[in-house]
Ligand binder design. Structure first.
Ligand code: ADP
Ligand code: MG
Length: 242
């Protein structure tokens, strides 16, 4: 399980997270909701090991191993994945080459590059990603929706144990949100991935059907609940809890 226990984080001397507790088991989907500036992305970057985010206290364990001393690449190799709120554009590196290198770093040398490319094409089709995007430079000139879908394609290709999706639904229309939510559910079903979906909007909950929802305000989880709480938030939003 991914165990986040009493995590306190500061950025440039400013306290942002004031003791966050969340436990995600394999195959579970958790949603974290909350207003802008409440610390959701800070939690995502902290999990991934961004050097700017200083952990002042608490523990983060991945399947029983403390990952706080691990570098971001080691965390990724251990099975952690972050889909960025603002995906980075890398001109000159194609999506398929980027994913091939990442895949080989994690799983070892591929037997066949052609087979891997075919596999990526199949994943792209399942996730409604235009096939040509796989051959283009990573996120370079992609639309907002294309970037977000390609983040999910990366997650599908790298088969993480635990994934954090930071506002993957923002800026997308309802059809795209539905596709992404279905894509996430399919990956969870296939690989037993434990997923944290950070979102600003209740509309994704309908398609995502999370096992748990947490409301974060001012660097703390102020309320958590199961399916019925998720349904309540899907209808009324979280404003009443803030
Ligand atoms: N790199 C940073 N430098 C300075 N302040 C930051 C940095 N990252 C986040 N913060 C501050 O931390 C707070 C939480 O931000 P963030 O985690 O991005 O919130 P959310 O994702 O919930 O909108 C905000 O007040 C933000 O300005
Ligand atoms: Mg954010």
């Amino acid at each position: 399980m991914l165990k986040i226990h009493n995590v306190q984080v500061s950025v440039e001397g400013k306290h942002i997270l004031n003791g966050v507790d969340i436990e995600i088991k394999p195959g579970e989907i958790h949603a974290i909701m909350g207003p802008n500036g409440s610390g959701k992305s800070t939690l995502a970057y902290t999990l991934a090991g961004h050097p700017k985010y200083h952990v002042d206290g608490g523990e983060i364990g991945l399947d029983g191993i403390n990952i706080l001393d691990q570098s971001p690449d080691l965390r990724a190799r251990s099975g952690l994945f972050l889909a960025f709120q603002y995906p980075v554009e890398i001109a000159g590196v194609s999506v398929q080459n980027f994913l091939r290198v990442a895949y080989e770093a994690k799983f070892g040398k591929l037997k066949s590059i052609i087979e891997f490319r075919k596999h990526l094409q199949e994943l792209a089709e399942e996730l409604h990603v235009k096939k040509e995007l796989v051959e283009r430079s990573l996120n370079d000139g992609f639309s907002g929706g294309e970037k977000k879908r390609v983040e999910i394609l990366q997650m599908a290709a790298l088969q993480p144990k635990y994934a954090v999706l930071d506002e993957t639904d923002s800026g997308l229309d309802v059809d795209a949100i539905k596709t992404i939510a279905e894509g996430v559910r399919a990956i969870v079903k296939k690989h037993k991935t434990g997923v944290i979906v950070i979102t600003h909007y209740q509309r994704i909950l309908k398609y995502l059907k999370p096992d748990k929802v947490h409301v974060m305000v001012k660097g703390k989880i102020i309320k958590s609940g199961g399916k019925s709480f998720a349904q309540e938030l899907e209808k009324s939003g979280y404003a009443a809890y803030v």
